[in-house]
Design a protein around this ligand. Structure first.
Ligand code: PEP
Ligand code: MN
Length: 337
């Protein structure tokens, strides 16, 4: 981090600024050019209150040289992180496929979908039990009962379970009964939830917020890692843009950007990104071609009657066809599914 001073900054102001940096426990390196003065800060700049420095007389602006995220930063962890879940991995050469309904609705529904996606090659079963719905009158999920049904499906198929947590209220139940705890887009910046999840050792699937930058997503992941849990998988699920044909806009560029900046695995959710079942195939192909470590796809055996997100859910048959096509793309990249 460097502080650019105003051209007319005087020695007393430079001293006051330098002393404040030193009070934060850091050192300074002052460079006096002909037209401008720069103060370089040496040490861990996370300790600094930038707002306070900006208020000091003589300061023009602060420029960041390094990223504000440390533990998720690839610079300090050059190798890809591979997250272990049961006997499976996310982030390795093998592409992870998570499939299942938006919401668990009843035992027959979740069992049938689980069996069908397993046959087609899915590695994990998704299913919402606590649903973050825009309308309070919409189906809110089956709650704990839904998590129990997911476990019945897990016993039948062996597929580890991915399900969304909305608050810390049922955290113990999630720790016991869910293999990957999903933090949804709307809770990406629920910092108390992130800190609580950081104190567990469960794999966390952290989805990008609707209007969040990549840096904000990485800072949210930083909350979990800095609280002690390194098992984080990031998810690009589309962001809000001015385009309103699709539900969201899938930010394909987030995949290579996140891969460059961070060692954490990144998967893509083409279902929420598009909001339309017929776009799931092209977006899934694009995500794998762009280097995603996996996909989370909504699959429903009866999309027309789905209680949530039927319009963006593909049928088990279509999922099966999609997996076969994705295998070809993975092959080109010397990867497998
Ligand atoms: C979901 O996965 O069911 C979900 C609600 O996703 P998002 O948080 O990305 O909207
Ligand atoms: Mn959904």
């Amino acid at each position: 981090m460097v502080i650019i001073l105003k051209p007319d900054a005087n020695d007393i102001q430079i001293k006051i600024i330098s002393n404040m940096i030193k009070d934060f426990g850091l050192d300074v390196h002052i460079i006096k050019g002909e037209t401008c003065i720069i103060i370089g800060i040496i040490g861990d700049t996370t300790k600094i209150d930038e707002g306070a420095i900006e208020l000091l007389d003589g300061v023009d602006r602060i420029i960041h040289i390094q990223e504000p995220f440390k533990k998720v930063n690839r610079k300090f962890h050059p190798n890809n992180s591979i997250i272990k879940v049961s006997n499976k991995e996310i982030g390795s050469n093998k592409i992870a496929l998570i499939a299942g309904p938006c919401s668990v609705e009843n035992e027959d529904q979740i069992l049938e979908i689980a069996k069908r996606v397993k046959e087609s090659g899915a590695h994990f079963l998704r299913g919402g039990a606590f649903k973050p719905r825009t309308s309070p009158y919409a189906f809110q999920g089956m709650g704990i009962e839904g998590l129990k049904l997911l476990n019945i499906a897990k016993e039948e198929t062996g597929l580890p379970i991915v399900s969304e947590i909305m608050s810390t209220e049922y955290l113990d139940f999630f720790i016991e009964n869910v293999d990957i705890i999903q933090v949804g887009a709307r809770n990406m910046q629920n910092f108390d939830l992130l800190k609580a999840l950081g104190k567990t050792n469960k794999p966390i699937l952290l989805k990008r917020g609707l209007c969040s930058t990549i840096e904000e997503l990485l800072m949210s992941a930083e909350y979990i890692l800095s609280s002690g849990n390194d098992n984080v998988i990031l998810c690009e699920r589309g962001i809000r843009t001015f385009e309103n044909y699709t539900r969201n806009t899938l930010d394909i560029s987030a995949i290579p950007v996140i891969k460059k900046l961070s060692h954490l695995p990144v998967i893509v959710d083409p279902s929420h990104a598009s909001g339309m079942w017929w776009m799931v195939e092209p977006l899934s192909k694009a995500a794998i071609a762009a280097g995603a470590d996996g996909l989370i796809i909504e699959v429903h055996n009866d999309p027309i009657h789905a209680l949530c997100d039927g319009q963006q859910s593909i049928t088990p048959d279509r999922f099966s066809q999609l997996v076969n096509k994705l295998k070809l793309i993975a092959n080109i990249e010397n990867r497998e599914i």
